[in-house]
Design a protein around this ligand. Structure first.
Ligand SMILES: [Zn+2]
Length: 262
């Protein structure tokens, strides 16, 4: 499994999402900006990756704090255009800390503005390739994935990891279609001729069929007994190590439920 050279993944530690840099001649695009407290590191890593190229555009797979927390810092430094999924726009406009799962997860993000939006069904030119925007509701109602048929690479955000997917909070908090949407999203991935997945957290992986089988199996468990999902969400939002620790920079909670090996 080898990514094309002009697709670069900067894998980040707890709790920042990966930064994915799509290079073209003279300029580049970055997808997701990490968590706010890692912004200085994000800027340094990005500057190194760009090696003098212009950063033309910043996009987010979805607007949880571990994916958009560094947006404002990147905008200040690189003066790039910023694009977010259409459905996230009202939440960003009013900076809805509840809907953005900032307050529940005891997390922060620096407020930012965006230039434009995109939605499932759009095609975007990013780096050297065309990318299809695919709706990916479930973990986040408004999330998207990006798929390049030419390279057969999928940028999945938290819709599919090598071992599972981002916690489906919505099913427990007033959106009882969230598990059904998660299934639709996984089926959307299964219908692609995808060779490599670049997840929001962890290394890029091949053997997409096996990852999907694990994800479907986990989903089936939740569908059969939603208390399993409830227990998982409680673990994500209130891990034992977070007790007595309310400060966001040291928070052990991840909006998506990803647990980084530390
Ligand atoms: Zn995430």
């Amino acid at each position: 499994m080898k990514l094309p050279e002009n697709i670069q993944v900067i894998e980040r530690g707890w709790l920042s999402a990966n930064n994915i840099v799509l290079h073209a001649r003279g300029e580049a695009v970055v997808i997701d900006s990490g968590y706010v407290v890692h912004a200085p590191q994000t800027l340094a890593l990005l500057e190194h990756a760009l090696a003098g190229k212009r950063l033309a555009r910043l996009l987010n797979t979805h607007c949880h704090s571990d994916h958009m927390g560094g947006n404002a810092a990147i905008q200040r430094k690189f003066r790039c255009r910023t694009s977010i999924p259409e459905g996230e726009a009202p939440l960003i406009d009013r900076w809805d800390e509840r809907e953005l799962i900032l307050s529940a997860a005891d997390q922060r993000a620096e407020r930012f503005v965006y230039d434009d939006t995109f939605a499932g069904g759009d095609t975007l030119e990013m780096g050297e390739y065309e990318w299809q925007v695919l709706a990916a509701p479930g973990h986040d109602t408004h999330a998207v994935m990006f798929y390049s048929p030419q390279t057969r690479v999928l940028i999945s955000g938290d819709a599919l990891w090598e071992n599972g997917f981002g916690a489906v909070f919505g099913q427990l908090f007033g959106r009882d279609t969230a598990l059904a949407e998660t299934r639709e999203t996984l089926e959307r991935v299964a219908a692609l001729d995808c060779e490599i997945v670049i997840p929001g957290h962890g290394q890029p992986f091949g053997n997409v069929g096996a990852a999907l089988a694990r994800a479907f199996s986990r989903l089936k468990g939740y569908e059969e007994d939603v208390t399993r999902l409830a227990r998982h969400v409680v673990k994500v939002l209130f891990p034992p190590t977070s007790l007595g620790c309310r400060s966001s920079p040291n928070s052990t909670r991840a909006t998506c439920g990803w647990r980084h090996r530390r």
